[in-house]
Design a binder for this molecule. Sequence first.
Ligand code: SAM
Length: 323
Amino acid sequence: MLQDRFGRTIDYLRVSVTDRCDLRCSYCLPARFTQFEEPSHWLTFAEIERVVAAFVRLGVQRVRLTGGEPLLRRNLPALAAQLKALGLRDLSLSTNATQLAKYAQSLKAAGVNRINVSLDTLDRQCMQDITGRDALAQVMAGLAAARAAELSPIKLNMVAMKGVNEAEIEAMADFALSNGYILRLIEAMPLGDTGRNAQFLELGAVRERLVERYQLVPQALELGGGPARYWQTPDGSAQIGFITPRSQHFCATCNRVRLTVDGTLYLCLGQESTVELRPLLRSGISDTELDAVIIAAIELKPERHEFNEQPTKLIRFMSQTGG
Ligand code: SAM
């Protein structure tokens, strides 16, 4: 098992398969952002498979494909099938769902079992304002396709922002509950200027509002092994999650590291500690050496982020690290 110097077990890897995205969410990428990595810097599917295989040898059984927008990477279901064949227990995907109608069935067939869909609003104009695209209809079609393909659970990730979509939180919760989706409300993180300029909304008061509205009770069992704290309806049939990196950080239980499309291993979303794997992969490193590099990298995992103490520290956007 991979253990860091703070006693945390690392059993979860997020793999970014592209840093490109077809949306420009105001809190994520600048409107005219084009500085994407060149494809020659991208890890090939074979290289990604080698890294994931090493993590599997070291006890990681859960992988999430992310980006950028992962469905913009050509043949993504083929990569999913390659990774699933390594013996993963849980293969999931984060997506903005603009392309999901096209890919839901093949993702499921490839072994993706569950998905997270970013959805900040149910209002067409608000969606256009946040993401720069009139894409609500495609996202809704994507969600329907995911349900039809029996990807489960389907979680909706909503970055809640003061004065932007705050007034829609109840409507979003109603929508999620009535369609069998799990809503997760997320506090905007100060990643890049975009994240820093987001209209940060502390979720404590929102949680109180929703607890009262739906008579929610804290869920004892963890759901998904991630940072969200879940509350459930009294009959246990529906959950709402809260991801509060700023008002209540959860670093003490962090179980993950991130691999970016250029082969950089990020040991913390909120710090600069990284290890470059691409040069090693391309200069013939053996499997044993790769395992040793990963074990040593985990030693560098920082104790925690400093989003509140040093909000201007990170210039990279979420989309570049793999959210
Ligand atoms: N394109 C995929 C998607 O939309 O899920 C995967 C990548 S996206 C960067 C992953 C998640 O990060 C999305 O749910 C997005 O809303 C969230 N995100 C991006 N920037 C953020 C920020 N500054 N603070 C909090 N969440 C952010």
